[in-house]
Design a protein around this ligand. Sequence first.
Ligand SMILES: Nc1nc2c(ncn2[C@@H]2O[C@H](COP(=O)(O)OP(=O)(O)OP(=O)(O)O)[C@@H](O)[C@H]2O)c(=O)[nH]1
Ligand SMILES: [Mg+2]
Ligand SMILES: [Zn+2]
Length: 343
Amino acid sequence: MAKAKKLTKGQHRRIKKNLAEKLNKSKQEVWQDSELGDAEQGIIISRFGQHADVKSQAGDIVRCNIRRTVDSLVCGDNVLWRPGKETKHSISGVIEAVHERHSLLSRPDVYDGVKPIAANIDQIFIVSSVVPAFNPDIIDRYLVATELTGIKPIIVLNKIDLLSADNQELIDRHLSLYDEIGYEVLKISSKHQQGLQAIEQRLLNQTSIFVGQSGVGKSTLVNKLMPELDLVTNEVSEMSGLGQHTTTVARLYDFPSGGHLIDSPGIREFGLWHLTPDQVDQGFIEFQEYFGYCKFRDCKHQDDPGCALQKAVEDGHINPLRFASYQRILASLGSNTLTSRFK
Ligand SMILES: Nc1nc2c(ncn2[C@@H]2O[C@H](COP(=O)(O)OP(=O)(O)OP(=O)(O)O)[C@@H](O)[C@H]2O)c(=O)[nH]1
Ligand SMILES: [Mg+2]
Ligand SMILES: [Zn+2]
């Protein structure tokens, strides 16, 4: 084995000096009470690591440091913050505290555990599209998340201009199924400005978020609704048929006629490993009347004899597509080795 190289005295000195400089710099960035103005209310526009952009009551966007005592902060949070009397290293204030949230959308992340995405949301537009391929599994997973958080879901199919004989039947079958269960489904084409009025009406005076796979057209839709924003969008890759993860951070915008709209980064998949089977059960609203009627109390709703859910599928009360999706989610709970981290 190679012997660790001994550092020279000069190298030691330089390392010490660099460290001291770093410490000094971080000390400088700690704001003294006298350097800050009075506390005021604000809303988080975007969070970037140790910083966040706050919208002040006067309507300015101010980049702030976050006090160590603030342990969770996301787009949509209502905060108390204090403006700095001057700007230091492009930071102009400090976020002191976060108000209680009335809702929180989160998802598990392989590296960070369960990660909050946005707070105080009233409704989630689950955006799907024709290209990248329509993915009902992701819609079902978002529906579970919305049922558990109490946030209203609205399912959007974008890019209806790309519907063809090949894809229309499968997509229609799924969308009419959501409609039958009682979810609102909107079919639009951002490109041809079709169906956008229905979206506009629902955005009014609400805090809404656009979620879904990368490339379904979330930012394009925001641009059509608020052309002055001119957000960056990107082609779906011809090679993979997938989006290119163009939007990288969730960001809140004021909707001109009232309300807030959050554009969020596209996802590849929506993991639900952090949930218990009972929580997944709650996410399938049309199954509720059958739970509790299986022959065995510990019924896994698979090949178990006397399963009330299986019977409901056979009798045509539960759609087999949704039942298959439910079983895939249940199976995925046990298969993730990181599950224990989220308990
Ligand atoms: N044909 C068609 N293309 C659309 C429509 N809406 C969006 N697109 C295209 O879809 C591609 C992806 O759009 P984006 O708005 O970047 O998608 P996104 O959902 O924001 O993607 P991420 O930021 O990666 O999550 C772009 O090339 C858009 O021009 C539509 O209604 N019809
Ligand atoms: Mg985007
Ligand atoms: Zn059962």
